[in-house]
Write a protein that binds this ligand. Structure first.
Ligand code: SF4
Ligand code: SF4
Ligand code: FES
Length: 229
């Protein structure tokens, strides 16, 4: 089964065709199976990330035909093209820099917790948001995130991106719903969402989550409503 793999090396991208050897005639391999076999055979220096192999860690996300997919859970077909996610800067082959998103929270939330009473129940919406696996698939088509790279901007991921994305908003909304958060912490989380560009969500048709979280209903709308109060 032939697929295309986009390699990114020294700032240049190069698409190579890889012929996957099926272990059974009816095998429908996951993307990760193909990458592991390619690395074990024809492309020993192929760079890609994976961790849990069970849809838990989110680090294996790649684009397939331009759409983000979890490599350990999505099947691949003849002729598909695997490439690095286009919403983040490429590092090597299929590996991209994820730190610019993770660092958006750094140093911005200073008075979040109020005590340590773990016997308080969190609301259902909080539990729904814990399903996030941090795959960053929701960055695709997010106009807020795209602002980080428009007009030739070349942000330094080590400093954290200026503008947010659905994942960042989800984390901030979790802080607002967490029963252990202080009132000041909830205010800080909302203010940070506004600083990250929450206003862009007013004119956006919406976010899509790779694992099916209702981002509009449980993250974006509650934040916009709170910001409007
Ligand atoms: S919100 Fe969904 S798409 Fe975004 S990082 Fe979390 S699991 Fe992935
Ligand atoms: S609703 Fe907001 S967070 Fe979601 S894609 Fe649009 S701009 Fe991004
Ligand atoms: S390897 Fe952890 S989600 Fe794919």
């Amino acid at each position: 089964m032939k697929v295309e793999i986009e390699l990114n090396r020294d700032g240049e991208s190069n698409v190579i065709e890889y012929d996957y050897a099926r272990r059974a005639a009816d095998e429908k391999p996951m993307i990760l199976d193909v990458l592991l076999q390619a690395q074990a055979t024809d492309i020993p220096d192929l760079a890609f990330r994976y961790g849990c192999r069970a849809r838990n860690c989110g680090v294996c996300t790649v684009d397939v035909n331009g759409r983000p997919r979890l490599a350990c859970r999505a099947r691949i077909k003849e002729g598909d093209r695997v490439s690095p996610v286009k919403t983040l800067p490429p590092l090597a082959d299929l590996v991209v820099r994820r730190d610019g998103v993770a660092r958006q929270m750094r140093g911005r939330l200073t008075s979040v917790a109020q005590g340590n009473n773990l016997n308080q129940d969190a609301p259902d919406d909080y539990h729904a948001l814990t399903a996030c696996v941090e795959c960053y698939a929701c960055l695709q088509n997010c106009p807020m995130h795209a602002r980080n790279f428009t007009d030739g901007a070349n942000p330094n991921p080590s400093e954290g991106y200026q503008w947010g994305n659905p994942f960042s908003l989800l984390k901030l909304q979790m802080l607002r719903l967490d029963p252990l958060s202080s009132d000041a912490g909830r205010d800080q989380a909302l203010a940070h969402a506004e600083d990250l560009g929450l206003d862009a969500c007013r004119d956006c048709k919406g976010c899509k989550c790779g694992v099916g979280i209702d981002l509009m209903g449980k993250v974006v709308r509650p934040l916009l409503e709170a910001a409007g109060e």
